[in-house]
Design a protein around this ligand. Structure first.
Ligand SMILES: [Zn+2]
Ligand SMILES: [Zn+2]
Length: 240
């Protein structure tokens, strides 16, 4: 039996009508939210009517904190899921991938989920939350996310979402500090690639894609990384 949590992005925590403690909620057979610790614990109406689900991070920052039994149940769920993953062979494309190469594949086990692999490990998870999500239907998590809850951001397409995950591995992608200099060698130009085209993924806005005049480029020869709004960006191919 699989347990379906109320949200896939970690926003599964809510208080009840009568307490300050946050419980974790799953959906029962009727699609109604019930706490992981006890079936008769229901979220307060505000949570369900306003999509007011909270992250563990938020719950921990409140007076009530998280229900210990719900935390334990959630840990069990995660532990149960892990060994099953190990038994399954990695997808062939993941096994064949070169070191540092990203592989973007639909998850064979879950509809609407796309996995981004790197070095035989999950670099990120992209979940299709449906066309009604105005914030961007594709929710992205990555172990490299700047946020503690792993959320990278919400995107309009799988491609954009995958790009956001890859940019987390780009050298100093979100902090152009000048440590990785602009490539000034014209001979390297064929190996220039656009890592993030006319946008940035700032840690300061939750990793959300923000349109920008500038693009992030990388030189495949000398490793130089720089942002530019120069016209040659249009003729420079995207990074694989
Ligand atoms: Zn609980
Ligand atoms: Zn160069």
């Amino acid at each position: 039996m699989t347990t379906t949590l109320v949200n896939t992005d970690g926003r599964i925590w809510s208080t009840t009508h009568s307490g300050f403690v946050f419980h974790a909620f799953r959906l029962d057979a009727d699609g109604k939210p019930v706490a992981l610790c006890r079936k008769n614990v229901r979220p307060r109406c505000y949570t369900t009517s306003h999509d007011g689900w909270s992250t563990a991070e938020f719950a921990d920052s409140t007076v009530g904190g998280r229900c210990e039994r719900c935390v334990a149940k959630l840990d069990e769920l995660t532990a149960d899921a892990a060994p099953a993953d190990e038994d399954e062979p990695l997808p062939q494309a993941v096994q064949d991938a070169a070191e540092g190469e990203f592989v973007v594949l639909p998850d064979a086990d879950k509809d609407g989920r796309t996995l981004v692999w790197r070095d035989r490990d999950h670099a990120g998870v992209i979940d299709d939350e449906g066309p009604t999500m105005t914030r961007g239907r594709y929710a992205v998590w990555s172990p490299r996310a700047a946020r503690r809850d792993g959320v990278v951001g919400f995107f309009a397409s799988v491609d954009e979402a995958a790009e956001a995950i890859k940019s987390l591995w780009a050298p100093r992608a979100v902090q152009p500090t000048g440590n990785t200099p602009t490539c000034r060698d014209r001979a390297h130009r064929p190996s220039w690639r656009v890592v993030v085209r006319r946008a940035n993924y700032s840690a300061f806005n939750g990793g959300r894609r923000t349109p920008s005049l500038y693009s992030l480029l990388r030189c495949g020869t000398c490793g130089g990384t720089w942002r530019t709004k120069a016209a040659y960006v249009d003729e420079t191919p995207d990074a694989a």
